[in-house]
Write a protein that binds this ligand. Structure first.
Ligand code: ADP
Ligand code: MG
Length: 699
């Protein structure tokens, strides 16, 4: 206790302060240039950095190093090598070279590659990403790296993200220069990701195969109380939860992760953590570490942290809000409405660029948040719908309306407006009108993408966002490129006007949960890609392949491989769930009910043997109900078993995904309903798994 938090903060990170201390001045400056401007780093510099890094790590008690990377599994990977290097006569040195820092060669054959890496070429490369600081975790120096195949194809989530950030930087700077804003030489994207999660008791967790294998409950009748009292959101933290959060904060702070806000969420046992925003690349790495630490620290408190998007039916699931903006190296947030007309021109251009990007690539936005687990959330009236739309708030919408209609928005009479720049001299942050049902909301000086699942790497959605916006900016630049300075205001106004006119269909400020919106969205020609199997095929549409290849984000092969990986993982998840359900019902539930049935019949007989006038109506009614239902459930389990085999036999993954959705999930749902309907008739002592009541309310 009484730890000095500023001193604790970042103590396990090879950060700027440490670098300045440990590195010779020229090395420090060269490294800094690489970090800030993405310039190439020479090996002699890398050697000097490696020496300093090792020295620092060993001082902190580290014995190993690892190239820490993010394969397509959605989680991180690490292989630890010790620093020891024998020098003969049984002694060792602690060694670490620039070569080891810069490049690793892990065997890549057991990571998902979607056919990119034939197993005979098993080698993969990891390459140091100096823009994300190295850190120490459990006595190991972790070096953030990108991961690619022997022939250079990206096999991870970091490589395309870095590519997309670079592309967006290039296009944003180009547009700013065309607008006459020449001071800016670099634009980065910033991300703050709010993370939701559940905490449940570890002992209860261990008693449920569904939680163990799938991270969500496949069975379970609702508890008498859910979230209807609205008494959990922002409620007082229980001591066990509070102790967990405290330790989590401290561990995150040591790693330089700016954990800021923590609170109880809407559903019982649900919580949230929000960090202060950072450069996207670092924010992505930090969110991965946050998720990992949440799980690890929960166990120290006898808890299990569930990051699944929908662990429990009937109450809210968990998402992740990706707050996103653009920042110049001159310190300007490009999505902050300005105070002067020229700042406003800039703001409106970037705002409408995002609007156009989201409209043009709404299918990719949807794909970037698609997974078997997130399908249970999107469109389920607790999370944004599966239809991508943008919320701007009424103030800003009025501004756009007036530009489109050549009117000044601060007057009611219709007088012609000269340029878009003058329309919003007093634009204020729209705080009153916060729309929680919108998938993509403008929140004053940033956009909040709310469709992400809680278990997601935030990399994918940001790759799409960055790339789509870069494409729009590039189109804007092409249009403004040869405009004379004196004509610029008018040209920008026309560009804004056209963009608003062509893309305003993506703006929706109403209730995203309503039936009418689904109809309205259809009328507007917006995508409604309800499930992952509906969304994924759009990944390989020509328009999207062109986007990625034009900007060098993915090659065509990389796109196909990612498509294959996503489809495969979707099918695998559902098949594992189906198998788990089969086991739970066959091995646990049905035998338990049968035991209870025989107990009941014994009791009935015993009563009758005392006197034939004693009523056994209760036992008989229950016996009939349970026995009939056992038969029906068993029949369904036999069909599920057959369906699983059928699913496994489909070799075309796209067809398999449709079967998994249409047949397996539907069958699982049917079985779940039957079992859950029976659950209240069975005493807790007989029920083979803990109920929702225990899982959600026992802490
Ligand atoms: P909310 O009401 O949704 O919780 P907050 O204003 O508290 O909104 O911010 C939520 C998240 O947005 C935080 O993680 C915060 O750091 C992040 N954020 C704020 N400004 C930016 C920005 N310019 N770029 C990216 N993220 C930002
Ligand atoms: Mg939020």
């Amino acid at each position: 206790m009484n730890k000095n938090i500023p001193e604790l903060y970042g103590s396990l990170v090879f950060n700027d302060k440490v670098m300045k201390n440990k590195l010779p001045k020229d090395v420090y400056q060269a490294l800094k240039k690489t970090i800030e401007n993405g310039t190439h780093l020479e090996l002699d510099i890398a050697n000097a950095v490696a020496v300093a890094m090792k020295e620092w790590a060993v001082e902190q008690g580290a014995t190993h190093f690892t190239h820490w990377f993010q394969p397509m599994t959605g989680i991180t990977a690490e292989k630890h090598d010790s620093f020891i290097s024998p020098v003969g006569n049984g002694e060792i040195n602690m060694d670490f070279s620039g070569k080891e820092l810069v490049k690793g060669e892990p065997d890549a054959s057991s990571f998902p590659s979607g056919g990119l890496r034939a197993t005979f070429e098993a080698r993969g490369y990891t390459a140091w990403d100096p823009t994300s600081p190295a850190f120490i975790k459990d006595g190991t120096l972790c070096i953030p790296t990108a991961f690619c195949s022997y022939s250079g194809e990206a096999l991870d989530k970091k490589t395309p993200l870095l590519r997309s950030m670079e592309t967006l930087n290039k296009e944003a700077v180009r547009l700013l220069h065309i607008l006459g804003n020449k001071e800016v030489s670099r634009v980065i994207t910033t991300v703050g990701s709010e993370q939701e999660y559940f905490l449940i008791d570890k002992e209860l967790y261990k008693k449920r195969r569904d939680l163990l294998f799938c991270g969500r409950t496949l069975l379970g009748a609702p508890a008498p109380k859910g979230q209807e009292m609205d008494d959990h959101y922002f409620g007082t933290l229980k001591p066990r939860i509070s102790a967990f959060m405290k330790e989590l904060d401290e561990e995150l702070w040591k790693l330089g992760i700016p954990a800021k806000t923590k609170h109880n969420e809407v559903a019982p046992a649900q919580h949230e953590l929000a960090p202060v925003f950072e450069t996207t690349n670092v924010a992505v790495d930090h969110n991965q570490i946050t998720m990992e630490l949440m799980k690890k620290i929960a166990e120290r408190h006898g808890l299990i942290c569930l990051l699944h998007e929908k662990p429990f039916t009937g109450i809210n699931g968990s998402g992740k809000h990706n707050n996103w903006s653009l920042q110049t190296d001159t310190g300007v947030n490009l999505l902050e409405p300005g105070k002067t007309p020229s700042e406003n021109i800039q703001f409106l251009l970037f705002l409408t660029a995002v609007m156009k990007a989201v409209d043009d690539y709404a299918d990719l936005m949807r794909i970037s948040v698609a997974s078997a687990s997130n399908d249970h959330r999107l469109g389920a009236n607790e999370a944004p719908p599966a239809i991508v739309s943008i919320f701007l708030g009424s103030d800003l919408e009025k501004v756009l309306d007036s530009i489109e209609g050549d009117r000044r928005c601060d007057r009611t009479e219709q007088i012609p407006m000269e340029t878009g720049a003058k329309v919003i001299p007093h634009f204020m942050k729209d705080t009153t009108d916060r729309n929680r049902t919108s998938p993509f909301a403008f929140t004053g000086n940033k956009f909040e993408f709310r469709m992400l699942g809680s278990s997601f790497s935030v990399s994918g959605p940001n790759v799409i966002l960055n790339t789509a916006v870069a494409e729009t900016l590039s189109q804007f630049s092409d249009r403004l490129l040869n405009v004379a300075p004196e004509d610029m205001e008018q040209a920008v106004h026309n560009l804004l006007k056209d963009t608003i006119h062509n893309h305003k269909r993506i703006i929706f400020n109403g209730n995203g949960y309503s039936e009418e919106w689904i109809k309205e969205a259809k009328r507007r020609g917006l995508y409604n890609l309800v499930s992952t199997k509906d969304a994924l095929p759009y990944f390989i549409h020509e328009k999207n392949i062109q986007l990625f290849t034009k900007h060098g984000i993915f090659t065509k092969e990389e796109i196909y491989s990612r498509y294959e990986i996503l489809l495969e993982s979707y099918c695998k998840v559902i098949i594992i769930e189906a198998k788990t359900l089969e086991e739970m019902v066959r091995k646990d539930f049905l035998p338990a009910v049968t035991t209870y049935v025989s107990e009941l019949s014994k009791e009935a007989l015993q009563k009758k043997s005392l006197s034939s006038s004693i009523s056994t109506a209760y036992e008989e009614a229950l016996l009939t109900l349970l026995s009939n239902s056992v038969d029906t459930i068993y029949d369904n389990i036999l069909s599920l078993h057959k369906n699983i085999k059928e699913a496994e036999d489909i070799s075309d993954t796209q067809k398999q995904s449709v079967f998994c959705h249409d047949v397996l999930l539907a069958k699982m749902e049917e079985i779940r309903n039957l079992v859950d309907e029976m659950e209240p008739n069975i005493p807790d002592r007989i029920l083979p798994y803990p109920t929702y009541e225990k899982l959600l309310f026992s802490i």
